[in-house]
Design a protein around this ligand. Structure first.
Ligand code: ADP
Ligand code: MG
Length: 144
């Protein structure tokens, strides 16, 4: 398998698909990071650890087809399980991707989407507390 997977890049502006409005801002990683993904990397929702400005956070990440590019390119969007005072566009974000939650789904309503996001965050939070996954928080990639 391609997990665990290590990636890093400067946070770029996304295409305003209303993540913040849904209560789930997603920090978008740049194109070169997405292009470096192994071809077999499935689209869908993942969890793992992220590091930003010397702190380490739980994260849930979506890899999906990007409608802005007519679904010919993937996007990689990371939600950190933390409340930030400010945005962090342009900052270096590292991700250590550990587990798969579910495939990309189409939701019938915004309510269903929000319910799914909450459930994904819950799965990520609990999975990362398991000893096998928790130990990756000490990975030198995140602290270096
Ligand atoms: P965009 O379309 O530009 O990605 P979003 O609505 O998805 O806009 O918001 C993403 C931005 O919000 C991130 O780039 C980051 O600067 C900021 N942000 C604030 N809190 C978080 C968080 N907990 N997780 C991810 N990004 C966050
Ligand atoms: Mg975003």
């Amino acid at each position: 398998s391609y997990l665990p997977y290590y990636a890093a890049g400067k946070v770029i502006a996304g295409f305003g698909r209303g993540s913040k409005a849904l209560g789930c801002p997603t920090a978008n990683l740049p194109e070169e990071v997405i292009e470096a993904l192994p071809a077999e990397f499935e689209t869908g929702i993942y969890y793992g650890w992220a590091s930003l400005e010397k702190s380490i956070y739980k994260m849930v990440m979506s890899i999906g087809w990007n409608p802005f590019y007519k679904n010919e390119k993937k996007s990689m969007e990371v939600h950190l399980l933390h409340e930030f005072e400010n945005d962090f566009y342009g900052k270096e974000l590292k991700v250590l991707v550990l587990g798969y939650v579910r495939p990309e789904l189409n939701f019938a309503s915004v309510d269903e989407l929000i319910t799914a996001i909450h459930s994904d965050i819950d799965v990520a939070a609990k999975s990362l507390d398991e000893p096998l996954m928790a130990k990756y928080k000490e990975d030198s990639f995140l602290s270096s």
